[in-house]
Design a protein around this ligand. Structure first.
Ligand code: PGA
Length: 264
């Protein structure tokens, strides 16, 4: 039985005093909850303070992105060993906002260089994180145009296959996938729970094809995209949904608490 995992992705929100006030409130509200794994992913500038504030609690801290080289002349970047050193236990990779919002680059691909993720750079990031024992949460998902063209499953299968190239099953003990339909992120338009579960089941079958059934059964597959306290129970009660990656609602301690408790 996989333990459920609920992760708050704060995105580019909250300066340090606000971050600390949010985690202080979460610690009080969630102190009795250890049936669910809980994590928050603050912006880099608040990671150290949040790690300190959450010491000794059951809430873990993650990052929202990483660069795949360990060190070097990469201005503005943060590496996996730096995240591990700061106390991060997990890191989001391949979010549609870092791949290029809505799956499309807003500037010419040639001008983008390292900074818009592709399946290939997502793969490098996953390998760097696993090497430094930081759990990757790989985001996959289709755009509305891809869904309407009937390409949902094939797009996600390609994202999974390319992101996991060269990654051995033995390294996947600490690895999660988040199914995040791009059209559901920040729009208030949540994916129907049955359909979200169908896609998560397809993700698990793809992982079983890439590796084996036992490995696939051990990987947590989260749903993300407009998760709220009002829809999380239905989502989390689906057989193939092992928790959530929560954006906007993770900034509200009451809503985030309700989401976590609905996973118990
Ligand atoms: P949302 O974002 O919950 O605000 O839709 C989810 C995400 O981007 O991970």
């Amino acid at each position: 039985m996989r333990k459920k995992l609920v992760v708050g992705n704060w995105k580019m929100n909250l300066v340090q005093p606000q971050a600390l006030s949010l985690v202080e409130s979460l610690v009080k509200k969630l102190s009795a909850t250890d049936a669910v794994d809980v994590a928050v992913c603050p912006p880099y500038t608040s990671i150290a303070a949040v790690v300190q504030a959450l010491k000794g609690t059951q809430i873990s801290v993650g990052a929202q992105n990483v660069f795949w080289k360990d060190s070097g002349a990469f201005t503005g970047c943060v590496s996996a060993p730096m995240l591990a050193d700061a106390g991060c236990k997990l890191c989001i990779v391949g979010h549609s906002e870092t791949r290029g919002r809505f799956g499309k680059l807003e500037i010419d691909a040639d001008d983008v260089g390292y900074f818009a993720e592709t399946n290939r750079t997502v793969n490098q990031k996953i390998q760097a994180l696993l090497y430094h024992s930081v759990m990757p949460i790989l985001c996959v998902g289709e755009t509305l145009a891809e869904r309407e063209a009937g390409q949902t499953d094939s797009v996600i299968q390609t994202q999974l296959r390319e992101a996991l190239q060269g990654v051995d099953a033995s390294e996947l003990g600490s690895f999660s996938v988040a199914y995040e339909p791009v059209w559901a992120i920040g729009t208030g338009q949540v994916c129907d729970a049955k359909e979200a579960s169908r896609v998560c089941g397809m993700i698990r079958r793809t992982l079983a094809d890439l590796y084996d059934q036992q490995t696939a059964e051990g990987i947590r597959i989260l749903y993300g995209g407009s998760v709220k306290g009002s829809n999380s129970k239905e989502l989390f009660s689906q057989p193939d949904i092992d928790g959530g990656l929560v954006g906007g609602a993770s900034l509200d301690p009451n809503d985030f608490t309700a989401i976590v408790l609905s996973a118990v």
